[in-house]
Design a protein around this ligand. Structure first.
Ligand SMILES: Cc1cc2nc3c(=O)[nH]c(=O)nc-3n(C[C@H](O)[C@H](O)[C@H](O)COP(=O)(O)OP(=O)(O)OC[C@H]3O[C@@H](n4cnc5c(N)ncnc54)[C@H](O)[C@@H]3O)c2cc1C
Length: 460
């Protein structure tokens, strides 16, 4: 029988990163995966969606070309080629992870892992003995319990990434970041899109001012938004699907050729045998402490399966923390500075608290904002929609939150994340030389706004 220091079940960004980190720390590691390495992120999540987002970006840039003095002629999209490119990118990155497994001498077992005891795992009839076990089995699409889910044309986020034809119209149920990303991708490619959201606004977790500004842009791009609409059914009516909900004035609905269920995700633990082991659960999520330990000695859980912040970078971070604890080091996970990025046009990215959260917590805080219209690099790019908003502690200037709507917001937010991680102040950012002309200057300008006032922007 094979014997390992650590066995990890699930080869997504939680599991494969944990495996590599454990190998770097000198452990004998096995990774068990029932499907393709890379998990949801590489195969059905972050990467394929961002490949589509980048095709859309090229399209939007091409449409602006004339303004830049570039004459391109007739611009056409080819959905099959866009999807084929997405497939090639996924394959390339999955094979990169496979290479990394080999390079780090990690034994990869293909099949469903079942836990016989904290120190014994079975995969495809083979048993692996281990000192420590890490569960990284991820999540699956959560579907609303409504009639009509079985109708052809009702898609999960997995299904929509496999389409061969661009739908003529699409109803997206769910206005969180995944729904909004798909809505903006398909709308830019020519699909008529409606977003239906139960809550009073889209992107509920984003800073209110930024999500409001973003939502205001959607109708101008041809995306219809229905908020406060708790969908109760999907019906087939002739050639289309009708998504319906109740209002005080009676039933309302919208129609589309296809319907995307972007209604969140649930932890996935099927087949592991957790209840027999007595692993403590909260609904479908595995309960862990800040060391990523479960209630059972020598069993850890990381990533989406813990049902908390379902993001790839959090999953990988937890993988590293769990491995260190499993190998006798001591590290606690901290979630004060978790970046959240939305890959729309422009992008939205946040870290830390929103203005509303600061207000609700009765903190003494100060807000500064710097509009992209005043950022010279954004002007040269022809992309001036957006802003950097900074929330700092009014007493000591420490950065409490940063919220950005801008091109490359997902890259810019790294400065805010590092600032929060180091307990940096607005002055620390303002006194740091930022290259000119660049987008990060907008971050420094927002920091200047906390202190003396932004140099290149004056409110009249
Ligand atoms: C459409 C979409 C877009 C997204 N975009 C982003 C984004 O831009 N940025 C971001 O940070 N996050 C994004 N996410 C979320 C991100 O994909 C997840 O947070 C991340 O994949 C979680 O990693 P994980 O390793 O915990 O789980 P997963 O990636 O789900 O991996 C779990 C793995 O475990 C395997 N497995 C399960 N059970 C067993 C078993 N018993 N035996 C063997 N193997 C098993 C599964 O096959 C899977 O490969 C997106 C998600 C979706 C759906």
């Amino acid at each position: 029988m094979d014997e390992k220091d650590i066995v990890i079940i699930g080869g997504g960004p939680a599991g494969y990163v944990a495996a590599i980190h454990a190998s770097h720390l000198g452990a004998k590691v096995a990774l068990v995966e029932k499907d393709k390495l890379g998990g949801t992120c590489l195969n059905r999540g972050c990467i394929p969606t961002k490949a589509l987002v980048n095709s859309v970006e090229v399209l939007l840039e091409a449409r602006m070309a004339n303004e830049f003095g570039i004459e391109l002629g007739n611009i056409k999209t080819n959905f099959q080629k866009i999807m084929a490119r997405k497939g090639r990118i996924v394959d390339e990155l999955v094979s990169g992870v496979e290479q990394l497994m080999k390079a780090n001498k990690i034994s990869v077992y293909r099949g469903v892992g079942r836990i016989l005891s904290p120190h014994l795992i079975r995969v495809n009839g083979k048993e692996i003995a281990t000192k420590k076990l890490i569960i990284a089995t991820g999540s699956e699409s959560a579907l609303l319990p409504i009639p009509g889910l079985e109708l052809p044309g009702v898609l999960t986020t997995d299904d929509i990434l496999e389409l061969n034809e661009l739908p003529e119209s699409l109803v997206v149920i769910g206005g969180s970041y995944v729904g909004v990303e798909f809505a903006t991708i398909f709308s830019a490619l020519g699909t008529r899109v409606t977003i239906v959201e139960k809550l009073p606004s889209l992107l509920e977790t984003v800073d209110e001012e930024i999500s409001r500004r973003f939502a205001q842009m959607l109708p101008k791009r041809g995306i219809e938004v229905k908020t406060g609409a708790a969908v109760k059914a999907i019906r087939k009516e002739g050639a289309v699907l009708r998504v319906v909900w109740d209002t005080p004035e009676g039933e309302q609905g919208v129609e589309g050729q296809m319907v995307l269920m972007a209604t969140g995700r649930l932890p996935y633990t099927r087949g592991l045998g957790l209840s027999k082991l007595g692993v403590r659960m909260d609904g479908r999520a595995i309960v862990v402490n800040e060391r990523l330990e479960t209630n059972i000695d020598d069993i850890y859980a990381i990533g989406d399966v813990t049902g908390r912040r379902m993001l790839a970078h959090v999953a990988s971070y937890e993988g590293e923390v769990a491995v260190e604890n499993a190998l006798g080091h001591s590290r606690q996970a901290g979630y004060q500075a978790v970046p959240v990025c939305i890959f729309t046009h422009p992008e939205i990215a946040s870290v830390g608290i929103t203005e509303r959260e600061a207000r609700d917590a009765s903190l003494r805080y100060k807000v500064s904002k710097f509009p992209l219209t005043a950022c010279s690099r954004a002007v040269t790019m022809g992309k001036t929609v957006g802003m950097v908003k900074m929330i700092c502690n009014a007493d000591d200037g420490r950065v409490l939150g940063m919220h950005i709507m801008a091109p490359h917001a997902s890259d810019l937010i790294a400065e805010g994340v590092l600032a929060m991680r180091l307990g940096a102040t607005a002055e620390d950012i303002a006194h740091t030389i930022h290259a000119h002309p660049t987008l990060p200057e907008a971050v420094r300008e927002a920091a200047m706004g906390q202190l003396y006032g932004s140099i290149h922007f004056q409110r009249m």
